[in-house]
Write a protein that binds this ligand. Structure first.
Ligand SMILES: Cc1ncc(COP(=O)(O)O)c(C=O)c1O
Length: 498
């Protein structure tokens, strides 16, 4: 019987099973299942209340109770997803892309481990879809079919890990330059690969500060690499370069910023786009030839929006870049985290290995890879095409502008970067409000990412709610209008800058 099972309940489970008339007892340590009693708050952090895995009873198959129990949990979960989705404004995911046609593939274990381009011993894969998707992106980013290599990743983070790894393989003693507003995965990569990195300042917009970049590049041009850039000097085995040797450079260029977590550091909050052309120019004028640097472009969200905005800067392999990645669950709206990563074929040789066990070459970071993700990507791209994506991008940019104007009219400090759908504004000083609207926050800032599924009606409701509650917080003295330092004087609505 499972009738009494529920979240927070203590379970009664049977400890034995009858097999061919013999009683088989479960090993003792597998028997009791006790669920958490309360939704605990530890150190101010709300802990997850799990749906425990419970043991089937002997008669469950006959009574159907287990099926009914599981169906009720899943239904409850689905309802919470629908409700939470209505008030999800802070993170760049989207819903309501209909993938129903793919539901009959769900029970296959589709695994694309190894190179996407070569058949492997395991033939339940979706490489046909994966290479189709990669070709689409290669064309978008201006690289010929026979000149690129890539794969469908688990997301932008894996793309960053791979891009930076390729850079490090090409320049084992290279220094990683990245702006302080970069996504936290970049700093994690530096830690994992035990690389030295230089954190370059950002402008108020969140964009890399090219003056600081140039200064830091010049400062280190003729000095030993290791130690000079030891802002965070990790324990590593790198050999020091002799004096007067120019440091090779590995650059991570953020083409966009958005956020999926609200405690990270980095611009991901501000939606800025680094000036790739200017960065390349600076490298050249400071004496770094194309054979001395590697640029990885981190395009998580906006990387897939910029190509559809005529005036936006172009990401292209016609420029001396090494790799580009985007997330597939962001603008495209895949229902599982995934991404696309593309690099130059000649760069990948250093990483590629023949793996006998899978009967295939491999230069990816993981072993097994989702074969479902490429099908989701393929489906979404086929459904929308360039024209559909362009329409969605335009709508998002228009609605982001609308939100900015509404907040401005409510005298709330607000900033919106050009070509961006991330509207940055003063952080509401109320945790409940932040959680309700699932805003991403950092320091004094919060943001809304205006995705294609967010309607003007939702934005209106949000602004109304914020304006009303903020008036109360201000009256109660729980809230101060914040200042220009975070969004620039021209965007500031505090009494001093109005
Ligand atoms: C600029 C940037 N890079 C990388 C990532 C990480 O992407 P993912 O969540 O797909 O791993 C994000 C996530 O928001 C991001 O904003």
């Amino acid at each position: 019987m499972v009738g009494s099972v529920g979240v927070g309940a203590r379970l009664e489970v049977s400890t034995s099973t009858e097999i061919n008339g013999e009683i088989e007892y479960l090993p003792e340590d597998l028997v009791p299942v006790v669920l958490a009693e309360n939704n605990e708050v530890t150190n101010g952090v709300q802990m997850i209340l799990p749906y425990a895995v419970t043991e089937p009873e002997a008669d469950d198959e006959i009574t159907g109770e287990r099926e009914a129990y599981m169906a009720s949990i899943l239904e409850k979960y689905k309802r919470s997803l629908v409700e939470r989705t209505k008030h999800q404004l802070g993170y760049p995911t989207r819903v309501y892309v209909n993938y129903g046609a793919l539901s009959n593939l769900q029970h296959f274990c589709i695994n694309n481990c190894g190179s996407p381009f070569i058949e492997s011993a395991y033939s339940i894969h979706s490489r046909q879809f994966e290479v189709g998707v990669l070709d689409w992106f290669a064309r978008l980013w201006g690289i010929q079919k026979d000149e690129y290599w890539g794969y469908v990743t688990t997301g932008g983070t894996e793309g960053n890990f791979h891009g930076i790894l390729v850079g490090r393989e090409l320049f084992p003693d290279g220094i990683l330059y990245t702006s302080e507003d970069s996504h936290y995965s970049v700093f994690r990569a530096a830690q994992m690969y035990r690389m030295n990195y230089v954190k370059v300042d950002s402008l108020i917009s969140g964009e890399i500060d090219c003056t600081d970049f140039k200064a830091k590049l010049l400062l280190n041009k003729n000095k030993p690499v290791v130690g000079t850039f030891a802002e965070i000097r990790l324990q590593n085995n790198h050999k020091e370069k002799p004096n007067n040797v120019m440091a090779d450079s590995i650059l991570n260029i953020s083409i966009h910023d958005s956020s999926i977590l609200h405690f990270f550091a980095g611009t991901t909050v501000k939606g800025a786009i680094d000036d790739l052309d200017r960065v390349i120019k600076i490298l050249k004028t400071t004496g770094f030839g194309e054979d001395r640097f590697y640029i990885h472009c981190d395009g998580a969200l906006i990387g897939l929006m910029m190509p559809f905005v005529k005036r936006a800067p172009k990401i292209s392999f016609e420029k001396p870049i090494g790799s580009v990645c985007i997330s597939g669950h962001k603008f495209l709206g895949c229902p599982v985290p995934c991404g696309v990563h593309i690099t130059r074929l000649n760069h990948i040789k250093a990483l590629s290995r023949n793996i006998e066990y899978i009967g295939c070459q491999d230069a990816t970071l993981m072993g097994s890879r989702s074969g479902h993700a490429p099908i989701f990507l393929w489906y979404a791209l086929n459904q929308k095409g360039h024209r559909g994506l362009q329409k969605e991008v335009q709508m998002c940019l228009k609605n982001a502008q609308y939100l900015k104007e509404r907040l401005h009219a409510s005298r709330i400090s607000v900033m919106l970067n050009e070509f961006s759908n991330i509207v940055v504004f003063e952080k509401p000083r109320n945790e409940e409000f932040i959680l309700y609207w699932q805003l991403a926050v950092q320091g004094n800032l919060a943001h809304v990412v205006v995705m294609p599924n967010i309607t003007v009606a939702q934005l209106d409701e949000f602004v109304r709610d914020l304006a009303e509650k903020r008036a109360i917080w201000l009256r109660e003295g729980k809230h101060q209008p914040f200042c220009a330092a975070d969004v620039g004087k021209e965007n500031c609505a505090c009494p001093r800058h109005q």
